[in-house]
Write a protein that binds this ligand. Structure first.
Ligand code: HEC
Length: 724
């Protein structure tokens, strides 16, 4: 059954993001749900511990010795997403079948890695709705709905998603999309405390999973795209009281925040120019966080700047600390310890928030304790985790247009001469989705390989001419301009035609590719590695697939009518091993899925659980996608379309895709009814319940311009029966 691996292994966490309201600090309430609804439909079964989710520091630190559990976001505190379980292995994986599944009641994206603790699966779905299941039968034990206001989707860039929950001392800790941290009783789902992580007036949300640090819950936020100032906060898991806060970018010079970051804000401010603090500054941590209990450090990755482009953010240049960096702070106090900036003067939307992973690697004959990181910029970084020293960095995706190489002496990238955006649009690789984004990677200490959902993507890079950018709080701060529309159209076409994805097995010690499995498009999900010589990944071909960890041979796969973008987990109950994941991809920016005339649609989101010799459980047949409706034939003036294109880029693109392709809802596919309702949907919020934010400040004429642009885009792509 269990084959104990000979190498010391490890464990993990999750992350966070927040919304807007409350005064400077959180207010903590100890109440049983005022706005929240709890449904208890069953009793907790199969527990081996005295009470559910009985996770403490000792269990957390030794999670690798309880291989049947998955107690934190990344499996153990090192977040390697490696399981020593090997009951399911390369010789029998062909007997894998669907044991049970749960409908998540949404077609929205689901990105969570579930937790498994003592017989119970804890899962978080769209709108932060959290459910506990009996992990053997799938029986629902309770559901907690934090009742996130539907308008909230307006400031979330990429879906109403949550990537996970944390567990501590009988509590499940939920970071809600609207920026609250909520502790519920793991046995019943009853609320124990909740606190608001947001700062008043800032457009903040949370999509990441909270991580534990010796009794503290650590969380960041999203909102760097829409004018916020990113920060990390730690809260006492028992009471919800704030322990410390660390701002990622400096505020107004000379004005102290009274927070742990104060000691380094002058140092950071010296790397900025202009009046960035009036536009947020950004840097938000919306994913990677790890607590290292041996060094008592919390490491976190930081995001893009706000505004996005240097010309609008820091016009006189500067590195802009701590954008796109890994920062280490004292876990108890939040005091700065070290940082490594992966992308000085970031302006490509190459967030450095991808999940962090800790490991012990033999490098040049010595064992090093490292952090491994593969952010969007397409480079794989290995750092000494005690000091932040850069040990190595190599490109893991071909065709990088950003940096020629990373200079190991200075730690700085050597950029291509034309890497920075100019007014003339050009294609840049990696694209906004990155060479690798938040989708979790895994590391097997048995093979020494990191398994990464990698992609080759590009984006159209440009900057609006001087004077054309106007900052608006809560609106996208990305201002590429609309100059050269013909060239843009051509580049967009190339972008569609050239993208692809692959499962990459990478040797982090030698910084070399070991093998890859090609996927037809970008957008495949996170990975899990096990001691059964397996790597599990849900692919863009709408499958759950299992590969041999040593050579990438496809061992088993099942069509599931969807993609699971997050990380699969594995667990064991009563001597039986299971694999579980959340399939539902309506938050992924997916391209080129209409091949062969088959229109693309999102399927219902589901939690899927697999086991050996499971049979008799079948997924409902895929929905017939139906006929696509031709776009209206109305013609519009070039001027109107161009005005609409610009409005679309600032107000809609974040959710409806670059060039109106893909996104949360592909507007090229609107039906006659939707075309007729277009203005009311946008101006009166008639789709607010589905997460379409009302645009109260827009005029009727502006909405008509956008409508003209979207129709003209659909006409361009229409191929008599399908969209190109
Ligand atoms: C924060 C994300 C977000 C932004 C920004 C956004 N939308 Fe939406 N939009 C949505 C979501 C979510 C839906 C509903 C998707 C569904 O029905 O599943 C939607 C639906 C729509 C629909 C209905 C489409 C249909 O076929 O049912 C229209 C029309 C629309 N949006 C137009 C716009 C326009 C125009 C803008 C810019 C002014 C915009 N949206 C900005 C998220 C957004």
């Amino acid at each position: 059954m269990l084959r104990a691996p000979s190498i010391a292994i490890t464990f993990a966490l999750a992350l966070v993001l927040a919304g807007c309201r409350d005064s400077g600090d959180q207010q903590t309430t100890t109440s049983t749900s005022t706005t929240a609804a709890v449904t208890v439909t069953g009793l907790v079964a199969n527990t081996t511990s005295a009470r559910p989710a009985d996770v403490n520091q000792a269990r957390y630190e030794n999670a690798i010795n309880e291989p049947g559990q998955w107690m934190t976001y990344g499996g153990t505190w090192k977040e390697q997403r490696f399981s020593p379980l090997d009951q399911i292995n390369e010789s029998n994986v062909n007997r894998l079948g669907l044991a049970w599944y749960a409908e998540l009641g949404t077609r929205r994206g689901v990105e969570a890695t579930p937790l498994f603790i003592d017989g119970v699966l804890y899962n978080i779905s769209a709108w932060s709705v959290t459910t506990a299941y009996d992990a053997v039968t799938g029986e629902e034990l309770w559901t907690y709905d934090p009742k996130v206001p539907p308008e909230y989707s307006r400031i979330t860039c990429c879906g109403t998603v949550s990537r996970g929950v944390a567990a501590w001392n009988g509590k499940i800790i939920i970071a809600s999309l609207d920026g609250r941290l909520i502790a519920v009783d793991a046995a019943t789902g009853e609320e124990i405390w909740q606190t608001d992580t947001r700062i008043e007036g800032q457009p903040l949300s949370i999509t990441g999973a909270p991580r534990m640090a010796d009794g503290l819950v650590v969380i960041g936020n999203s909102g760097g795209d829409v004018g916020s100032r990113g920060y990390m906060t730690a809260y006492d898991a028992e009471t919800g009281e704030k322990a410390w806060r660390f701002f990622i970018v400096p505020g107004e010079p000379g004005v102290a925040d009274g927070e742990a970051s104060d000691s380094v804000m002058d140092m950071a401010a010296a790397t900025w120019t202009g009046e960035w603090w009036t536009m947020g500054g950004g840097g938000n941590n919306w994913d990677g966080i790890i607590h290292d209990p041996n060094l008592n450090l919390v490491y976190f990755g930081t995001g893009n700047g706000s505004p996005h482009l240097m010309r609008h953010r820091s016009p006189g240049g500067g590195d802009n600390l701590f954008l796109c960096s890994i920062v280490a702070v004292d876990a108890t106090t939040g005091e700065y310890r070290w940082h490594y900036q992966e992308i000085p003067a970031e302006e490509w939307d190459y967030d450095c928030t991808a999940p962090l992973m800790l490991a012990e690697l033999e490098i040049a004959g010595a064992e090093r304790e490292v952090i491994m990181h593969a952010p969007k910029n397409g480079y794989f970084y290995v750092l000494d985790r005690a000091t932040g020293e850069l040990l190595s960095a190599e490109a893991f995706v071909e065709g990088n247009d950003w940096a020629q190489y990373i200079d190991i002496e200075t730690g700085r990238p050597v950029l291509y001469p034309d890497a920075r955006p100019t007014e003339t649009p050009k294609l840049m690789s990696p694209g906004f989705g990155g060479g690798h984004s938040w989708n979790p990677m895994s590391f097997s200490p048995l093979t020494g390989l990191v398994y990464t959902p990698a992609h080759y993507t590009t984006h159209v890079s440009s900057v609006a001419p001087e004077g054309e950018f106007e900052f608006q709080l809560g609106r996208s701060t990305y201002a590429p301009g609309r100059q050269e529309p013909e060239l843009r159209r051509e580049l967009n076409q190339q972008m569609q035609e050239t993208e692809y994805g692959f499962l990459l097995a990478w040797n982090p010690a030698t910084q070399q590719e070991a093998w890859r499995v090609p996927h037809p498009h970008s957008g495949s999900g996170g990975t899990l590695a096990t001691a059964g010589n397996l790597v599990a990944q849900s692919t863009i071909r709408k499958t759950v697939s299992i590969y041999a960890a040593d050579d990438g041979e496809l061992l088993w796969e099942m069509p599931v009518d969807s993609v699971a973008p997050g990380g699969p987990i594995t667990y064991m109950v009563d001597g039986k091993q299971y694999i579980a994941l959340n399939a539902g991809w309506n938050s992924a920016l997916v391209y080129g899925l209409n091949e062969g005339g088959v229109p693309f649609s999102y399927s219902p989101a589901r939690l899927l659980v697999f086991a050996l010799d499971a049979s008799g459980v079948e997924l409902p047949p895929p929905q017939d996608p139906g006929e696509l409706v031709a776009p209206p034939s109305t013609q519009f003036s070039r001027e109107q379309i161009d005005r609409g294109a610009e409005l679309f880029a600032t107000n809609c693109q974040l959710c409806h895709g670059q060039s109106a392709i893909g996104g949360l809802k592909d507007l090229r596919y609107m039906t006659e009814e939707v075309h007729a309702e277009f203005n009311t949907i946008v101006l009166q919020g008639t789709r607010a319940d589905k997460g379409m934010p009302v645009q109260p400040d827009m005029t009727e004429a502006q909405v008509e311009d956008i409508h003209a642009y979207v129709i003209s885009r659909a006409q361009e792509d229409w191929q008599g029966g399908f969209m190109q």
